[in-house]
Design a protein around this ligand. Sequence first.
Ligand code: CAA
Length: 263
Amino acid sequence: STRFSYEFIQTSQPKPGVGQVTLNRPKALNALCTPLINELNEALQKYNAADDVSAIILTGSEKAFAAGADIKEMAPLTFSEAYTKSFIESWSLLTTQIRKPIIAAVSGHALGGGCELAMMCDIIYCTEKANFGQPEVKLGTIPGAGGSQRLTRAIGKSRAMELILTGKFFSGKEAADWGMAARVFPTYEALMEGTIKTAETIAGYSKVSVMACKEVVNKSQDLALRDGVEFERRVFHGLFGSEDQKIGMKAFAEKTKPEWSHQ
Ligand code: CAA
């Protein structure tokens, strides 16, 4: 079910259960202008609501995942405009409203807001040569879409501080070595193949448990350990009320493949 009416993104379903959004503003290396973010949000909300989508891929081109917020759009903004319109807040729809897992497949540049967008996703896969960075300091500003918080949680304070203060770029290989990316691939083709495979695996499980997995892992980023463990236990208890817990455990005992009801 591909929709052709978007200007800055493309949507596709590479496998049953898998929805893909491809950022497509090649002339600006997928710089994240407001109309692009609006389209991205619309597409993600559709996938979030779609019964035939269980896992989402967010990607760009081989050359650029996204080179950041649109610098030309931002340049003339005043404080009052940014503040009253809560500039950039709409980007966080991805983290607040999308309950299905999103894998970022990163090749090429993922700079500034591009790096931040990747970190808002649930899993990052990338190529060895992917080019990450938070270079906002070079523009006289700071990361504005969560970079100072998420990069620090992902790779630790000293490394994040060094990267944010120098604006220095880092490779996909480094991102994986430091634990920010889950897997690194030698080529763009291998990246997309590996990403689709993982998305397909996730889409093969019960939607109920997949969404609950995402919810409890994300809570770990916001809660103290004890609160997080208690939250997890409550959700775990709740899943005994799902059909799919019965289906999954019965299939294990009977050595058959579970046929999920997604209930
Ligand atoms: N915003 C607007 N346009 C951008 C852009 C951006 N972030 N990044 C690239 N472009 C445009 C360029 O202006 C250029 O357009 P023209 O052809 O019209 O001149 C086109 O994309 C191609 O870019 P380059 O010619 O610069 O390509 P390159 O291969 O020489 O360099 C690059 C690639 C290193 C990524 C370089 O484009 C670059 O440094 N981009 C900016 C990266 C950056 O600073 N990102 C952070 C933005 S601030 C931010 O994101 C704030 C936040 O936290 C939310």
